[in-house]
Design a protein around this ligand. Sequence first.
Ligand code: SGN
Ligand code: CA
Length: 520
Amino acid sequence: MKKYLFLLSALVLSLPIKMNAQDKEKNQNKSRPNIIYMMSDDHGYQAISAYGYKLNHTPNIDAIANEGMLFNRAFVTNSICGPSRAVMLTGKHSHVNGFMDNHSTFNGNQQTVAKLMHDAGYQTAMVGKWHLISDPQGFDYWITMPGQGEYYNPEFIENGVHKKVAGYVTNLTTDFAINWLEKRDKNKPFFLIYQQKAPHRNWMPEPKYYHLFDSVKIPMPANFYDDYKTRTRAAHEQEMGITKVMNYAYDLKLAFDLPKDKQVGLAGMWQGIYNRMTPEEKKNYEAAYAPANDAFYKANLTGKALDEWKYQRYMKEYLKCVQSVDDNVGRVMDYLKANGLDKNTIIIYTSDQGFYLGEHGWFDKRFMYEESFRTPLIVKWPGVTHKSTTNTMVQNLDFAETILDMAGLPIPSDMQGKSFTSVLKGQKGNIHDALYYHFYENQEHKVAKHVGARTDRYKIIWFYENNEWELYDLKKDQHEMNNVYDKPSYKKVQKMMKEKLQDLMAQYKDQVTTSNTVHK
Ligand code: SGN
Ligand code: CA
């Protein structure tokens, strides 16, 4: 009897202690912020109205900026899809995480921010474009798309199982994200990676936006007809010109049902995309595009008028895709608000890199020039940020570290970036004195491999395959039209920037695979 009494009193005594521990965990979970990392594919900052460009109107992304910090100087380390994603997950440069170009396969067994967040008690999910080949690891739930994904009636892979889903990819990706938010374990904080395929090439808009820009003329950048006069071979030899490279069917949507003999190369890819539509969807699509296409054929445009037509068609298709991205950001934000999550959820909006919207005559990315090296970044941290902008330089190399820091978790010493929570908290001062860049994929679009360094004012680029250098004074030449490498008045700056590049390569333990050294 005594024994039972003893056990009973031990049980009673232990109860409050046990409950306290549970309460403590609950309280801790309440105080730990949820984090949503929103990343679109190829979304240039020029196509976000909060950045002050007047190309389009993105009210929902702007609303994040209204309560957050907008970064004017956020950059990537390697301006291309898969590598950018691998850098974000690992906090390590491409040569360290092993994913150097889009033909790599991510080693998912390595440390990632998702795994660290998961181990620390966060519920984790990855929804949308992944593009890292190997299956995602470190997530309680994942739904991705094969490779680049498709715009219409796309295929998804949900925790390893393939399924074709009817609808438009940007909306579907959001449906999956919201479904997961709805069914997650609500006692735990969450970390959601939500990654849109749009507005990646070949820019297929949502049907409700087919006519969105019909009555609008998009302004052409002043350097659309750049002749690359002061630039090295790389800028001359690229294959990313809107007027020269774009395919009439695949990019410019000038052909619907192509004859069999035309179904090769990109035109063949267009055929595959077109055939994802149901007969009803095809009819709707053709009806929307036929009048403008007929007018184009009749006009028989040549020279600058033809260039202008191509530019308008490209930009409008791209911006229509952005519109659906913005709508869907709004859907996620509405969900958070309706469910009382908006006050404790950090929102990060970014892209896997920037994009050329006609600057230098281009589309695509890859170069270390500003439009593709820079990426949009807007962070809303309830209770910490308020509407503000910053010129402090940060890089996608810092994202994993910053996310861990926001969650109150330690940053592993082998990560190569730095947390920029101090910037978000309004503290002044540099995070980096110079940024390092390395692009490896000289294949499609023919952009020569290069490394480079950027400080607040200067940028040096070494196209090491050609052993050619470029140097820019960004204060005087923000559009990078004037390469001042070897100009006597920049002798000192040139030496200083070369040393910076060498220091960065040493700091990050990178090297280039050629016998050339940094110093000529
Ligand atoms: C595809 C596109 C390219 C684009 C790459 C990389 N060609 O290969 O234009 O640069 O993706 O983009 S396409 O003919 O297939 O459309 S990334 O964002 O995935 O890196
Ligand atoms: Ca991309």
